[in-house]
Structure formats: C-alpha cells, structure tokens
Write a protein that binds this ligand. Structure first.
Ligand code: SIN
Length: 315
C-alpha cells in the first residue's frame, strides 16, 4: 500500500506514530521511535518552558488485561530547549512533531515565540488537553479561552501548528470547537488525548492505583476506542478540509487503525499499547492493516479514508 500522506510541509511514508507522552521524553526514547520499523513519524513529549518532574509515583498503571491504562503523569519533561535542540540539531530519520504546552497562556505564547525565533520549520503540536496537572483545567474544554488563545497565537505565529484536543461527548461541543478551529490556519488537530479523570480501584487493596490527584487520571487504550473514533468522525465532518486529523485512542490492532482511517484520520497515533508492547508494535499494526486491505481488495487509502457509511446511506 502507498501510505504517502502530507500535513502542511511534512511528508509521511507510513501512517503510525507514537502518541504524545509515550516513548518520547528523552533522546534515547525518541530515537527508538525514529528507528522503529513501520513508524511514520515521531512526537516529542509536550514541553513546558522549564524542565518538570511531573507528579509523584505511581503515576502510570496498566490494567491486568494489558490493553488499557490510566495515568496521572503531570507533564514530566525536559523543557522546551531540550526538545527544540533535538528537532533542530539531531539527524532525524522520520518527520518529527514538536509538542508544546504551557501552564499559563503567557507560557504557551513564550514557547511558541521561542520556536519561531529558532527558525524551526517543522510541525508543532500545541497540547490543549492534559488532564493531569493539579489545579490546571484542560484548556480546550473552555471554548472562549481556546478561541482567545488561538487569536493571540495567530497574531504573530506563522509556523505549522496542530492542536491536541481532549475528547468531547456532546454534539453541541463538536459544533462549537469545530467552529472555533475553522477560523484559524491550523495544519491539523490530534483527537483525542486521554479521557480525563477516570478512577481505577485495586481489588486487592480497595485503594486507587495512582498517587496524584487522589487517584484520578487519564484513561487510555482499548476502553477509549469508541470515544476516539466518534471525535475523529465528528471533527472530520465539521472541520474545513485543509485541517488534517491525527487519530489517537484505542489502537491495539490493525483493525483499530483501519477504523480511524474510515472516520477520516490522516495519521494514527498509538499510546497505551505502544507503552505495553514497545516500538515493534508499529510493524505489527501495519502488517495487520495490510492484511485487511488485501482481504477487502483495497488498493488506495482514498478508498478508505473518511469513507465511513451511515446505515441510511447507500452501499
Ligand atoms: C501527562 O503528562 O500527564 C500526559 C500527557 C497529556 O495528557 O497531555
């Protein structure tokens, strides 16, 4: 299959990448994704202005079924200078997306100004959806703040920007966020971040499994697939075609990748299952996807991407 896909000025030869937060904090981890067979791109850990330790351990928990997770990482990262140096000065094998975040609007703007001043010309992802920093709400759940922030960003920023969104659960919210995003020259949206503030209880101890935030944390893995697909589909139906979509959430098999494509994803990222299986997962998923294409006699991505049919539509 020809997986060739373009977002802004970046060209991808494969569809899969790591979801933000997984295998992307250190150069050592990032290099493992760069060289993973089947990987098409690399996402760096969302960077704050200064290095952050994140929340106390335990802060990441894998369910006994090995397909689901809950985390309250709290944005541990090595600071914007570290990741900027990586994308500017390392020999990168794959297109690499520089993820940024901020604990205030001013910090976000300062990070983007720094990136712009550096001359970096690749894709940048602004994380508007981390659920795990105590006292800091997920920005993209506040529509007015999101609009105001993007307005301030585009008053000076000329780079290739995508935004990482939280999952939405209401049709009115899909309408609202799409209307805001359509006003700006965004390169893409990444849908979705973890489903915020779930709670997992250990049946042995009757206690929560995470230290921070009283055990509340972002859910990932197979349990969020339907929510992720709904967000990709709802956004694809509402966003202008120039805004591409990275589908994230619930990918454990090639069929999950295929479903993200049907909903309209341009690329697909893998989080929980990558953490569980390691970087060899990309080749497994791509092989499983190839088998589905062969079985269905699909010869081009155009036959699948965004082609999900409703029951009241003709075959
Ligand atoms: C985290 O660091 O808490 C996870 C990343 C995110 O949810 O954006």
């Amino acid at each position: 299959m020809n997986y060739s896909t373009t977002i802004a000025n970046e060209h991808f030869d494969h569809l899969l990448l790591n979801a933000g937060g997984i295998f992307c904090e250190s150069v050592d981890q990032l290099e493992k994704i760069q060289h993973a067979p089947g990987a098409g791109a690399v996402m760096t850990k969302s960077a704050t202005a200064e290095k952050r330790a994140g929340n106390p351990n335990p802060r990441y928990f894998t369910y006994p079924d090995h397909h689901n997770t809950i985390n309250a990482m709290g944005l541990p990262n090595l600071g914007i200078d570290y990741y900027l140096d990586y994308v500017l000065h390392h020999q990168l094998t794959l297109p690499t997306i520089l993820s940024v975040v901020g604990l205030s609007e001013e910090e976000i703007l300062a990070n983007l100004k720094k990136i712009q001043a550096s001359g970096y010309d690749g894709l940048i992802e602004l994380n508007l959806s981390c659920p795990n920093v105590p006292g800091k709400p997920q920005i993209a759940y506040d529509f007015d703040t999101t609009d105001h922030l993007l307005d301030r960003i585009y008053s000076f920023f000329t780079g290739h920007l995508g935004v990482k969104l939280p999952p939405y659960f209401d049709m009115a919210h899909f309408d609202r966020i799409a209307k805001i995003l359509n006003q700006y020259p965004l390169a893409y949206v990444n849908a979705v971040n973890s489903v915020g503030n779930g709670l997992v209880i250990d049946p042995e101890t009757d206690r929560v499994v995470l230290m921070a935030k009283g055990g509340f944390g972002g859910l990932g893995g197979a349990q969020i697939k339907a929510t992720a697909l709904a967000n990709v589909r709802a956004l694809r139906l509402r966003l202008k075609p120039e805004i591409k979509i990275i589908g994230t959430g619930g990918v454990t098999t090639g069929r999950d990748v295929y479903d993200h494509l049907l909903c309209g994803a341009d690329l697909v990222s893998v989080g929980s299952q990558l953490a569980i299986e390691g970087p060899s997962i990309f080749q497994r998923l791509e092989d499983e996807l190839e088998a589905i294409f062969a079985e269905k006699h699909i010869e081009s991505l155009d036959q699948v991407r965004g082609k999900l049919k409703r029951l009241d539509e003709a075959e």
